[in-house]
Design a protein around this ligand. Structure first.
Ligand code: G3P
Length: 217
């Protein structure tokens, strides 16, 4: 399972990279705005800065919602750095754009996916990654993990190569459960990744080992 971090914060990306378990980064317009990155020039520079920190795919989202605009923006993003993956929303024009980029050999991440039907369409259109937003489904009294399970079943039925990128991961157990269900990738906050480290018996056991070692020396 690949681990992506879902942030545009360079310090958090650096910290995750030093852990040695990071496979990529996802961003979105809201995450960029949160970091105060505005204006086309600054946004493009920020994507390059992220690519220079992490070894792996970096999703950069288009703002256009028409095919022509998505192609223009997506090509500019892809030309920025070989690690860039063009993030395209699951709308009708987006499906056409996924198809276009697939034919052009440019990697894509189909975002804002909330149903199996949308995920099926993204795979048919040749998306590299599909991003079901599990946390936002949970927020709306719908089990996000069930969607991961169902997309896994459909993709396996037809050997689709599109990777399931569980997005809107909010906490550590989302990561564990996505791994159990066979998501190819998860993207979430650093806190959720670091939560995987924690177990009180580890801390108690280590304290005991160190105390016993001290007694013996
Ligand atoms: O990057 C897309 C997705 O991960 C957003 O997550 O927490 O804003 O629902 P969230």
């Amino acid at each position: 399972m690949k681990f992506f971090i879902d942030t545009a914060n360079l310090d958090q990306i650096r910290e995750a990279q030093t852990l040695g378990v990071l496979d990529g980064v996802t961003t979105n317009p809201s995450l960029m705005a949160k970091e105060g990155i505005t204006g086309e020039k600054n946004i493009l520079k920020h994507y390059v800065d992220i690519c220079n920190i992490v070894d792996g795919d970096v999703s950069a989202e288009v703002i256009a919602v028409d095919l022509k605009g998505m192609i223009k923006e997506g090509e500019a993003l892809a030309n920025l750095h070989p690690q860039i993956v063009v993030k395209i929303p699951m709308i009708e024009e987006g499906v056409k754009a996924l198809n276009y980029f697939s034919d052009a050999g440019i990697k894509t991440n189909c975002t804002l996916v909330f149903s199996v039907g949308q995920a099926l369409l993204a795979a048919k259109a040749g998306a590299t990654y599909v991003s079901p937003f599990i946390g936002r489904l949970d927020d709306n009294s719908t089990d996000g993990l069930t969607l991961i399970e169902e997309i896994r079943l459909v993709y396996d039925n037809y050997a689709f190569e599109t990777e399931i990128l569980a997005a809107s991961v909010r906490h550590t157990m989302h990561i564990v459960n996505c791994a159990k269900l066979g998501a190819d990738v998860m993207t979430g906050p650093l806190s959720a990744i670091k939560g995987l480290l924690k177990h009180p018996l580890t801390d108690i056991g280590l304290a005991q080992f160190l105390a016993d070692h001290k007694k013996g020396n």
